[in-house]
Design a protein around this ligand. Structure first.
Ligand SMILES: Cc1cc2nc3c(=O)[nH]c(=O)nc-3n(C[C@H](O)[C@H](O)[C@H](O)COP(=O)(O)OP(=O)(O)OC[C@H]3O[C@@H](n4cnc5c(N)ncnc54)[C@H](O)[C@@H]3O)c2cc1C
Length: 380
């Protein structure tokens, strides 16, 4: 006797929601995603995806479209206030230890196309207000829909999570980032420096330089939340040029758009309630210092579908999923929060700390544990 097809309703069409939708559809679930935006329009310019995330993208069948033409990371320099290199990290471009940088629009587009190919219904312009542990999703217009599983992937301000009272803590870090994408110049495309990732420090400010593909350069400018001048949108170019005179021509090219976000860490009492699973930033937002918020979202979304492969009691499967995946996610949150603390150190002490962190095998292992983890549901 064949088992009836199970149905999932998902709040949020970001990285986590689309990854969960694909992974469930691959396992013969019928899936509907509600995205409040009117189209695939990600915030935040570019994104680093490490080996763990690349493995998940492969398992989802979205890898090739997501990374086509993207920049393969091979080296990152950290430079101090005097523009001297204080730490260098190198990675292989071979499978096993990879990192790439991608335009978010390309990543989300690849996930969206793959979801549609598998028959997932994506409803744009529809906001979700709440859910019940019995598996009912409640839309903003009052419509209620029943499902075997509801997935809350509605981001850091998750309404679904909050309707279930699952939030344990939400901590603001001292720092945040302004992000923008600008065109790469021909000189950047040709020069060796233009192919490196680079992190420039000056006082409490930092410029992260990340080529994403032949045309796009992703810039993340981080500073402390108390630096009101440094977090203005549009960017206060004069203020940032005072901090980084050697980057004047780069800063000059930044346009009037961009966005500022304070870094936050979210922890839940538990990752599920009855038939509702919480995933992505809604469950485990983190400071982005390790570039793993999206990686953890991809891993935990795929692992969720794997945990539900055998039709046992849903509550038990969700508890097992959390028990298996949560420790690595919390390790990532802890290490990333530690790097946010480094931002608050006086410049000399920060340089020494960054140099030590760059050389210490122990620190590297802590930092890269998640990146080189083989996620549930992927091939070792
Ligand atoms: C400065 C910065 C840099 C980062 N860099 C990296 C990086 O390099 N690598 C990395 O892996 N991660 C990075 N991250 C983290 C990464 O962006 C997030 O972890 C990831 O986007 C989380 O995906 P998500 O789908 O859970 O949430 P989101 O990306 O926030 O997506 C949620 C979606 O749900 C929709 N939505 C929200 N509320 C509702 C609702 N009520 N109803 C319907 N739809 C709704 C939103 O419109 C959105 O499309 C960074 C984060 C920041 C702040």
């Amino acid at each position: 006797m064949s088992t009836p097809r199970r149905h999932a309703e998902i709040a949020g069409g970001g990285i986590a929601g689309l990854a969960a939708a694909i992974a469930l559809a691959q396992r013969n679930w019928s899936v509907r995603v509600y995205e409040r935006g009117s189209a695939v329009r990600p915030e935040g310019a570019g994104i680093y995806i490490w080996e763990n995330g690349l493995r998940v993208l492969t398992a989802l069948g979205a890898h090739d479209a997501a990374v086509a033409g993207c920049h393969r990371g091979w080296m990152r320099e950290t430079r101090n206030d005097a523009n001297r290199v204080v730490a260098v990290a190198r990675w292989s471009t071979e499978p096993g230890r990879r990192v790439v940088s991608i335009a978010r629009l390309q990543l989300l587009g690849a996930l969206h196309d793959r979801a549609r190919e598998l028959g997932v219904e994506v409803v744009f312009g529809q906001e979700v207000a709440a859910a019940t542990p019995q598996g009912e999703i409640v839309l903003q217009d009052g419509t209620r829909r029943k499902a075997d599983l509801v997935v809350a992937a509605d981001g850091i301000n998750s309404k679904v999570r909050d309707s279930l009272g699952l939030l344990r803590s939400r901590r603001r870090h001292a720092d945040g980032a302004f992000r923008i994408m600008i065109p790469r110049t021909e000189a950047e495309r040709q020069s060796e420096d233009g192919q490196k990732y680079a992190e420039y420090w000056s006082g409490v400010r930092r410029v992260l330089y990340t080529p994403c593909n032949a045309n796009d350069l992703y810039l993340a400018l981080t500073t402390l939340e108390r630096d009101t001048e440094g977090q203005r949108v549009p960017l206060d170019k004069a203020a940032w040029t005072r901090s980084f005179p050697h980057l004047a021509s780069l800063i000059e090219r930044i346009g009037d758009s961009g966005r500022w976000d304070v870094f936050e860490t979210v922890k839940l009492k538990q990752w599920s309630s009855g038939r509702v699973a919480i995933v992505g930033d809604a469950a485990h937002a983190q400071a982005p210092n390790l570039g793993q918020g999206g990686g953890c979202s991809l891993m935990n979304s795929l692992a969720l579908a794997v945990a539900l492969e055998h039709p046992e009691v849903i509550g038990t499967a969700l508890a097992n999923w959390e028990q298996r995946e949560r420790p690595l996610t919390e390790h990532t949150q802890r290490v990333s929060a530690m790097y946010s603390k480094v931002t608050t150190l006086p410049p000399l002490l920060r340089s020494v700390t960054l140099s030590w962190l760059g050389k210490s095998k122990w620190a590297m292992e802590q930092r890269l544990r998640t990146a080189f983890h083989v996620p549930t549901g992927t091939v070792a």
